[in-house]
Each structure stands twice: as structure tokens, then as C-alpha cells.
Design a protein around this ligand. Structure first.
Ligand SMILES: [Zn+2]
Length: 332
């Protein structure tokens, strides 16, 4: 049979990433392909299945054997039905029974989880959250995701299909509109999408000053990374956007720390690469908006696993599910 291994999958709007992971959280092989979600759910699923088959072959070549699959997916997930209920980044997947399709095709058990929760499980297992009992996780990407870890376990609330949606905490009721339909959410201040929308609005209002950010916008190739590079090049408008990002994150974390009686946060996701631009304003805002904790008591950590946090968390879920099945069959 070979050494037991699992596959961890991170299914995002742009890429699908699949890894062979051992029981210690070590990534042994990693594959990455474009999601090409515009081709439809069935096509995306077939591509994912073929990538999984390739990684299962890789596991065999390492003397192992894949026993289960864990998958983190951006959006609202029905874990029990293996369904992508609603995913803004993967709209073609809405209502698709992805978990069941994978199980049928690959003949292996599949567990699914929201990608921000998977990030939390990954960082909790082998990342920055390891050894910290209670913490809040924030993922800064196209949107803002979040998760809550209490007593070393992911908090699932009432299992309603959403939990820890920190991105939709309102930090300024007069603030910019959010994709969720509300106004002034954290996501409307602190996501890659919010950076782009703010630049677009400044340009439309004639308020985008000449400088690196303006130059990139004129070329029509502006990305969140471009906004960061502009800030590094001293562009004041770009720096103000990261200041606003940190300010909003500080308000959200201060509120959560106060309500929950905790003092640790882990921040990951692609936009956390701009750490040096927003962490100063974040810490000032956190100190300013906290009622019960001094600034030195509050720990805001950067995620340690980078792009691999969600797929490692998904792999951990697969391990957990396999262990539970084994325990049950022993009892039976
Ligand atoms: Zn919102």
C-alpha cells in the first residue's frame, strides 16, 4: 500500500493548486494549474480530476498512497453535501456538487471547507497559529476572509455555511460600498478589490495625482501589487490607501479582541505581501481602538505558510477525517 498520504487542494478564482501532503504537514509534491472557470464547472472539475490523478501518481513514485482529499474553496460551502453553494470568485461553480464529483471519479473520500477556514486550520497546524489557543485569522486577497480558532479548534458557529466573515464587519458606516451590498465593510477598505476601486474612483474624480500610481493606472495594467510598488516608490496616494487598509484592520481587530477576550491575530493572503506598508497604521489603530488591552499585549502575526496555508489546512482536514473513520471502524 505504501506510506499513507493525502491531497490538499486550494481552489481559487485564478488557480487550482493540488499538493501531496504527509501526516506531518510536509508538502511532498505541488501542482498548479489555471482554474479556467469561464469554461464552466464541468470542465474545471475534469481538469481538477486530471491534476489530482497526476499527483496521486507522484505520491506512488514516492512510495506512498493517497487515502483522502481535502479541498478549500473560496465561497459558501455546504460541507455535508459537498456543494459549492455560492462563490463570487467561481460563479460557474454555484450549486455544483464538486466534492461528490471528485469522490465518484477518484474513488477517495473528499472533505470540503471554505478557503479562509482552511487557511486557519493550516496556520493552526504548522504555521503562525501553532501553539496559540485562541486567535482570529484574516486573509487579505481579492476580498477579505476570516476565521476563528478557539481552544486550538476551528470555530464553526451554528454551522450555517458561513463563520468568521470578518471582511463584512462594518468599520465605517459612511465608508465605500462593499460587494455584499452593505457600506463601509472591512473588505471595502482592506482588500485588493478595494485598492483598485479606490484608484479608479480617484481617477474618475480627477484626484489621482501625478506619480507612480498615476503612471501605472494610465498604462491600464494596475494590480494590487502595482499599488504596493507605487507606495514603495513614495507615491503618497498609494501610501494613503495602505494606511486606510491598516486603520480599518485595526478597528476590526480591536472590536474582535474586546468582544472575544483574545489578543492574537494571524494575517495572510496575497495582499499581506504589503505588510510593511499597512502594519504600522494597523498597530496604531489597534491601540487607539482597544479598551482593555495595552498595545504590547496584542499580537498581530504574519501568516507563515504563504500561498500554501489553505491547501495545508485542507490536507489536515482530510487527515482528521481519515483518523475519525479509522476510529469508528475499529469500534464497529
Ligand atoms: Zn461587505
Amino acid at each position: 500500500m505504501g506510506e499513507p498520504m493525502v491531497l490538499g487542494i486550494d481552489l481559487g478564482g485564478t488557480h487550482m493548486r493540488v499538493a501531496v501532503v504527509d501526516s506531518n504537514g510536509e508538502i511532498l509534491r505541488l501542482g498548479k494549474i489555471h482554474s479556467n472557470i469561464h469554461l464552466g464547472a464541468r470542465q474545471a472539475c475534469l481538469r481538477l480530476i486530471s491534476e489530482c490523478r497526476m499527483l496521486m501518481d507522484e505520491a506512488r513514485s514516492l512510495g506512498g498512497s493517497v487515502f483522502g482529499i481535502g479541498m478549500g474553496v473560496a465561497g459558501k460551502i455546504d460541507r455535508h453535501r459537498g456543494e459549492v453553494v455560492f462563490s463570487p470568485n467561481l460563479p460557474a461553480m454555484n450549486g455544483y456538487l464538486l466534492g461528490i464529483e471528485l469522490e465518484k471519479s477518484l474513488g477517495l473520500p473528499v472533505v470540503m471547507e471554505n478557503d479562509a477556514n482552511a487557511f486557519g486550520i493550516g496556520e493552526n497546524w504548522v504555521g503562525s497559529g501553532r501553539g496559540i489557543a485562541n486567535w482570529v485569522g484574516v486573509t487579505l486577497g481579492t476580498g477579505v476572509g476570516g476565521c476563528l480558532v478557539f481552544g486550538g479548534e476551528l470555530w464553526r458557529g451554528d454551522d450555517l455555511g458561513f463563520v468568521g466573515e470578518i471582511g463584512h464587519m462594518i468599520v465605517d458606516p459612511q465608508g465605500p460600498s462593499c460587494a455584499c451590498g452593505l457600506q463601509g465593510c472591512l473588505e471595502a477598505h482592506s482588500s485588493a478589490g478595494s485598492l483598485m476601486r479606490a484608484v479608479e474612483k480617484a481617477a474618475t474624480d480627477g484626484l489621482l495625482s501625478r506619480g507612480p500610481l498615476h503612471d501605472r493606472w494610465v498604462k491600464g495594467a494596475l494590480t494590487a501589487e502595482g499599488v504596493y510598488l507605487s507606495a514603495k516608490e513614495g507615491d503618497l496616494g498609494a501610501r494613503r490607501l495602505f494606511h486606510r487598509m491598516g486603520w480599518a484592520l485595526g478597528i476590526a481587530l480591536a472590536g474582535l479582541f474586546t468582544v472575544l477576550g483574545i489578543r492574537h491575530a494571524v494575517i495572510g493572503g496575497g495582499v499581506s505581501a504589503a505588510w510593511d506598508e499597512f502594519i504600522g497604521p494597523l498597530r496604531s489603530s489597534l491601540a487607539e481602538h482597544s479598551s482593555f488591552l495595552a498595545s504590547e499585549e496584542m499580537m498581530v502575526l504574519r501568516g507563515a505558510l504563504g500561498d500554501n496555508a489553505a491547501l495545508l489546512g485542507a490536507a489536515k482536514l482530510a487527515w482528521k477525517s481519515l483518523c475519525e473513520k479509522e476510529a469508528t471502524s475499529e469500534i464497529l
